[in-house]
Design a protein around this ligand. Sequence first.
Ligand code: MN
Ligand code: MN
Length: 435
Amino acid sequence: MEKSSCGRPSNAAQPSPAPAEIAGLDRRKFIGVGSSALVMAALALSNARSQDIEKVTTAQHDKSMTDPGPENGGLRDISPNGFLPPPTDHGEAPEFWNSFSIAHRRVQPGGWTRQVTVEDFPISKDIAGVNMRLTAGGIRELHWHEAAEWAIMLSGKARITARDLEGRGFVKDVAKDDLWFFPPGVPHSIQGLEPEGCEFLLVFDNGNFSEGNTTLITDWLRHVPREVLAKNWGVADKALDDLYTVPVEGLFIFQKSVPGPLEQEQHQIAGAKGLSPVAFDFPLHSMAPTFKTKSGEVRVVDAQNFPVTTTAMAHVTVKPGGLRELHWHPNANEWQYFIQGKGRMTVFFTAAKARTMDFNAGDVGYVPQTFGHYVENIGNTDLIFLELFKAPRFQDLSLSDWVTHAPEQLIRDHLRISAETLQAIPRDNSTVVPS
Ligand code: MN
Ligand code: MN
C-alpha cells in the first residue's frame, strides 16, 4: 500500500462520502473494493469527524472483538460493559466494582454476616461495608468498635439498643428504610423481630474495619480472670460459672427468643437519668425528596438533618431511561451500594483513564474524591442506590451547572458547541435527568 493511503490528512481535495456511507463501511466491503477506491476511502476516513471514524473502527474490529476461548457466561451477561467496554473507555483504571454476592458468608445460629473491606476491595481505604441477616430473635451481640457505624434496614424489622455518652439508654425498633448511626465506642446491639427477622447494610468509616474485630462483651469478659471480674462486680466467682462456658471467641450472632414489648424495655433502661434524647435512628422512609425531577429522586441525609452522623448519604432513585447526572464530590470518596435495578457507571480517573462497569442489586461501587462520574439506569425498573461519604456533609458539583454558569464564550471555545446547544443544557435541578 502507498504511504499516502495510510490515513494522514494530506489531501483535503478528495471528495468525502457522506458520514452515513462511512459508518456503513464494513471490513468485507473494504477488502472487496479496488486499490484506487481504497486510497479514496482511506483519505475520506481521515477527513471524517471523529465519531464517524470511531464507528468505522468499531466495524473494522468486528473480528478483534471475537472471543473464542473460555468465558464466565454468568459474569459476562450481568456486566456487558465490564465485558466489552464502550470505545470511550481507556487506560489502566483500578477496579471499582465489588459485590456482597461473592463475599464469604459467616453463618451462625441466628443469622449471617458478610463483608467487603479493603482486603477484597483495595481502592476503598476509608470505608468498609457489612451485610447482615438476623432471624426473628437472632442477636448481634452487645459490642462496640473503633469505626463509626452507619446503617440502613433493607428488609424486615429489628430492635436496636445503645448507650449515649452521658450514660443514658436508647432502645428503638427500626423497619425497612430506617437508618441508624453509632459513633465510635458507643456500645450497641441489634436483634431481629417477628415475623421474618431482618437484613441490613452497615457502613464503617475505615476500610480496614472487620466485623470479626469488634469488642464483643462476652469475648472481652471471657478473657478477664474470673476473680477480677467477680471483684469488679462484687459478686461470687461461682455466680459467673456459666459466663465462662461461652465460646472463647464470644457469641457474635446467636439465636434467642424475640424480646418483649418496646415500651417495657424502654422503661427498664430509663433509670434515674431517663432515656437518651440522642436520635441514633433516622426515619428515611418518611422523608420528602431533597431533589426531585421527572426522572428520579434524591434524599440527602447528613449532619444537617441527622446530627449524630459523621457519614453523609444520598439515597438515589433513577427511573428507567434516567441518568444521575455527570458530577463529582469535592470533599470525600464515594462508596456505593446498589439496592435495586441495573445501572452502569463510568469513572474518569484523569490522564485519559476511564472505565465503565455494570452494577446490580447487592453490588458495591467506589469513586475517588473529585473524580467525575455518572450512574445510568440501563434496566426496566427503578434503579435505587446509595452514595456514602466519610464526611459530615454531602457535597456534589454538577457538570451542567458549571458549564451553564461560566462565561458563554469560554465554554464554547472549549467544547466546540453552538450557542443553541449550550442554551439547551439544563441550568438547574439536573440531579437526575432528563429533568
Ligand atoms: Mn456494630
Ligand atoms: Mn456521586
